[in-house]
Design a protein around this ligand. Sequence first.
Ligand code: SF4
Ligand code: SF4
Length: 366
Amino acid sequence: MSEVYFVDSRARVIDPAEWFQPQLSLVSKLRDLIRKSGVLDFIEKEDVVAIKTHFGDRGTTKTLRSVYIRTIVEEIKNRGGRPFVTETTGLGLTRDRCTALGRIEIAEENGYTKQTMKAPIVIADGILGFDFVDVPVDGKNLKVIHVAKAFEWVDKVVCATHFKLHMQGGIGGSIKNIGVGCVAKPSKFDIHSPNPPEINENCTECGKCVEICPVNAIENFRINHSKCLKCMGCREVCEDDAISIGPWLSGADICERIVECAKGVFELVGKENFAFFNFLIDITPHCDCHPYSDNPIAPDVGVFASRDIVSADAACLDVLKRLEANRDALTGEQKFWEWTAPEVQISYAEELGLGERGYEIYDISD
Ligand code: SF4
Ligand code: SF4
């Protein structure tokens, strides 16, 4: 049984006649959660600590607020750690979210800066998302994970996750934050598809893909797969629908691959060097990579903290399932549950030794 600590996001009024009650803020409660749970006490003086979160895209409005990240930063500094806040680039080359410079620009527009978080931003997979370390894993689907290179140099990782639903994976929790968010472009592609991109019969030989390919992998209008880094830049610039990929996975297939990538990150950093915060608030029906945020499907619940990635996500998934059982509690339509397989993330992560499904909740709200 792993320990999962919890604070309720509701402001339980202590004295209704008193308006100034800062202790009711979720920021104060997060600080209490950190201090009472001891979940960050594994951080030692001079440790370099990566805080992995998600900055969203232009138009995403329900990512984690920077004040929560700042609270975690302050607590890491109180323990003598040296924190930075990190993200990786998205698949593709032309959209801003797909390069380090664009990623930082969007982060700043969305309110994540050195000033708001008290820690610098480092994009973990480099300028174009091709800085990675190859880590072997014994997955059913993937044997090598291309982990973002910055994770080679960190002592500890604190995962600050906005827990929500995910269009293909069912849930976007800590496993997804590590498995998708800490790997470079080639592994992001491998999560989504088993087959590399190919040029098909629609090709007009215009040359745009040849021009954009950063590794000169397109020779005589054929992709040389020994060079291709599966970035999808060629597909973005092709106006003739001449780059085929597929199938684009969902459900159990994508969940297994996300877990295998998370295993690669654990292998590189060391499983004992992680802590997890799942914020079960603003529970949107899709991931923060969408350039918009739909209405939440359920009321805010609170924050879960654990040193066990599987238990942290299992606790939140179990809350969502209880809400689903009582559909009156839902504030919106539950959109993706039917064709996704969120439980696979939990069960396969346990099978690969990432953590335990069994957990005990310690509610420190009062
Ligand atoms: S961009 Fe498309 S049409 Fe142009 S050469 Fe490449 S695959 Fe062919
Ligand atoms: S051929 Fe491969 S590396 Fe080159 S742009 Fe296309 S996906 Fe990227």
